[in-house]
Design a binder for this molecule. Structure first.
Ligand SMILES: *Cc1c(COP(=O)(O)O)cnc(C)c1O
Length: 374
């Protein structure tokens, strides 16, 4: 199949941009101040209101949030971090950036999330953190993960790039682990074009993250100097990870619509679940009633996946695996052979279009294509 000749009528992703975003961004552009300023603060405040996260720190990507978390968790060269290979490779790049080793554990075939039953046996003296990913936005088994983490005195870093607005046993994702990392990258359901949020569980960590995201400078307490450069004494490694005000302006206007964004996505997922429930060659993912997905993706398992994808593409509907296991890449390889459920998952998972510009007619068309068989 010549992929360059495809005529795709329905795409996997389509960024949602609030009607109010352009004027909000324009206001920043006219303000003479483009860097991190009052709009970033407002963005953090709104984020806090909506998620209940007490100590959110805005950064310029989800990857930056993850890297800061890995650094703050004390991951150093030669250390190990327990994580999953079913993710975007950013998750583990941040571990490699510390010259540490991602230790991949198995996932649940039914959800794509890390399998708590496979974690404990892979913990060694070098393990410094557990880094789960909420695949599609559906929360991992956090109670089980926290129990293991507590027993071994390990911090949990949640990669919640898919999970803004998700809930686990009544609690908002962003409020249950020492570190939770969100992404506002272009195709995430709330976007600031690029951006991220690192949520922390203490004022000490919050202050540390605020310094480390900006070269280690304590911006709130620096003193002005007649020489121009403020007075400070940086005594730690810092990064250039802060968000700027025009990204925050875009993110803020989109974030204000989080509730309706999530509501529509949940409706789409409901239609998919109902429409696909009786189709023999499809296995829907497990969805427990004790948690609520943010529905960034709609993933499922299909038999004869290549035939399925070919059929859908020919009918003008983009479908995709989104991410294949990252240990297939040399940087994270070699491919682990003892991750049986991940191996099965890798053969059959696929995701359908899910974004806020899909109409009900689009959904009917997608379901009709699938019901026609492949
Ligand atoms: C998008 C994504 C990231 C990276 O976020 P950026 O904002 O693009 O840096 C990390 N992990 C997962 C699972 C993602 O989907």
């Amino acid at each position: 199949m010549d992929l360059s000749k495809l005529n795709l009528k329905i795409r996997m992703f389509s960024p949602y941009v609030s009607k109010k975003a352009a004027s909000a961004v324009n206001k920043v552009l006219k303000s003479r101040y483009l860097g991190e300023g009052p709009v970033v603060k407002e963005f953090e405040k709104k984020f806090s209101e909506l998620t209940g996260a007490k100590y959110p720190v805005a950064v310029n990507s989800g990857t930056a949030a993850l890297h800061l978390a890995v650094v703050m968790a004390g991951v150093k060269p030669g250390d190990e971090v327990i994580t999953t290979a079913q993710t975007m490779m950013a998750t583990s790049h941040t571990i490699l950036a510390q010259f540490a080793k991602p230790v991949f554990v198995d996932i649940q075939y039914e959800t794509g999330n890390i399998d708590p039953n496979d974690i404990e046996k892979r913990i060694t003296k070098k393990t410094k953190a557990i880094l789960p990913v909420h695949w599609t936005g559906y929360p991992c088994d956090m109670d089980e993960i926290h129990e293991i983490a507590k027993k071994h005195n390990l911090p949990v870093i949640e990669d919640a790039a898919h999970a803004l607005g998700a809930h686990y046993k009544g609690k908002s994702i962003g409020t249950i682990s020492p570190y939770t990392c969100f992404s506002f990258q272009a195709i995430k359901h709330v976007t600031s074009a690029d951006g991220g949020m690192l949520c922390l569980d203490s004022k000490e960590k919050y202050d540390e993250a605020r310094r480390k995201k900006w070269f280690g400078i304590d911006r709130d307490n620096r003193k002005p100097s007649i020489l121009g450069e403020p007075l400070w004494n940086v005594n730690e490694v810092g990064y250039k990870y802060h968000l700027n005000d025009f990204s925050a302006a875009l993110g803020l206007e989109n974030l204000k619509e989080l509730k309706s964004i999530l509501k529509r996505r949940a409706e789409i997922v409901k239609r998919y679940n109902e429409g696909l429930a009786k189709i023999k060659n499809i296995k829907l993912f497990e969805r427990k009633s004790d948690r609520k997905s943010a529905n960034w993706l709609f993933s499922m398992h299909v038999e004869r996946r290549t035939d399925f994808i070919t059929m859908m593409l020919k009918k003008g509907v983009e479908v995709s695996v989104i991410h294949n296991r990252i240990d297939a890449n040399d940087a994270f390889g070699p491919l682990r052979k003892d991750l049986k459920q991940l191996a099965e998952f890798t053969k059959t998972h696929v995701s359908l279009p899910l974004h806020n510009h899909l109409s009900n007619d689009d959904l009917d068309y997608i379901l009709k294509c699938i019901r026609g068989g492949w």
